[in-house]
Design a protein around this ligand. Structure first.
Ligand SMILES: *Cc1c(COP(=O)(O)O)cnc(C)c1O
Length: 343
């Protein structure tokens, strides 16, 4: 038995999902003639109460497209220093859009309205880049699955309106946030100009993301997606997986969250652990006591067939997901407790 806690992207499609994929009716989506893609896009735009939606092969491409929509070369976007768009999209912000990032040291990847306000460049001061976009991430990835307080998002929206800035949400794991907060999808749809959503994280699809926004933005996004090479043909086989996940697999995220809390509890009580970042959803980030070597720790768990990763700077990460069974979970909890004796 190998237990993979490296990411929630390691899942394989469930039997029901595979069946839905096989039964999908498909067409050429580049000509907008794939019924399954059209259905998924309609479902997601309805869910968020937004005008339009577009299916993408990856969350990275959906974010990169959104950034391109909201900026001109030379502009600057504002994000947390942990942001995925800054750290993990291969420098696409500058490669694709020619923009720079103004980084904010937030709290577990979350930034505040006052922090945003304090880093907006004066619009008439042509020596500095023009600030045109704010990118938030909910839940935060590198920040350990932290969830925004919706009031803070509202306050950020106000600052954006006052300063004529667009507001994009990297909602790769927004599904996780929605399970643990009172707000619903329409609340998010009302606030953001664009939202990117991953289907291939906690929801368990093999591939796929969706960008939602206004008709005008999504119309422009079709061209940008094509330029980036993201126009796919019979993509309905993949979109059908997305529709299935949205219908039948969203609630399962709560199980991932419970398991993550239980891992947090055990780690907090372990003598080899220095600190566990507060766990809100399915990501657990922790550090070891100074005299413990993290690579040796990872190696010891690997010998026990438990896989996790280092985020560097002494931080370790585990992510729970739908293929992490209760049996595996019991085994991991027991193993972590046993590690007290021999780490
Ligand atoms: C996974 C992820 C993405 C998109 O990643 P892809 O691997 O390109 O699908 C974007 N933002 C965040 C926060 C993520 O965790």
């Amino acid at each position: 038995m190998e237990v993979n806690l490296i990411s929630d992207t390691v899942t394989k499609p469930s039997k029901g999902m595979l069946r839905a994929m096989l039964q999908a009716s498909v067409g050429d989506d580049v000509f907008k003639e794939d019924p399954s893609v059209n259905i998924l896009e309609q479902e997601v735009l309805d869910l968020f109460g937004m005008e339009a939606a577009l299916f993408f092969p990856s969350g990275t491409m959906a974010n990169q497209t959104a950034i391109k929509l909201h900026t001109q070369p030379g502009d600057q976007l504002i994000c947390d220093h942990y942001a995925h768009v800054y750290n993990y999209e291969g420098g696409g912000v500058s490669f694709n859009s020619g923009v720079s990032c103004r980084l904010i040291q937030g709290d577990q990847g979350r930034i505040s309205a006052s922090q945003v306000e304090s880093v907006i460049n004066p619009p008439d001061f042509y020596h500095s880049p023009k600030t045109s976009l704010v990118c938030l991430e909910n839940t935060t990835n590198k920040g350990g699955g932290a969830v925004y307080d919706f009031n803070e998002i509202k306050a950020i929206r106000k600052i954006c309106d006052k300063n004529d800035l667009a507001l994009h949400l990297d909602g790769a794991r927004l599904w996780n946030a929605l399970e643990v907060t009172p707000e619903d999808t329409k609340d998010y749809g009302r606030i953001f100009d664009t939202i990117s959503l991953c289907l291939s994280k906690g929801l368990g699809c093999p591939v796929g993301s969706v960008l939602v926004g206004s008709k005008k933005h999504i119309h422009a996004a079709v061209r940008i997606r094509k330029i980036l090479g993201g126009g796919m043909r019979q993509a309905g086989y993949l979109a059908a997986a997305g529709s299935f996940a949205l219908r039948y697999q969203r609630e399962d995220l709560n199980d991932d969250h419970r398991k993550a809390r239980e891992l947090e509890d055990v780690l907090k009580k372990s003598n080899y652990v220095n600190k566990v970042e507060p766990v809100s959803t399915n990501i657990i980030i922790f550090s070891l006591k100074v005299d413990k070597d993290e690579m040796i720790f990872i190696g010891k768990l690997k010998e026990k067939n438990i896989l996790l990763i280092s985020l560097g700077k002494g931080k370790l990460r585990m992510v729970t997901h739908r293929d992490y069974s209760q049996e595996q979970h019991n085994y991991v909890l027991t193993t972590l407790i046993k590690m007290n004796d021999y780490v």
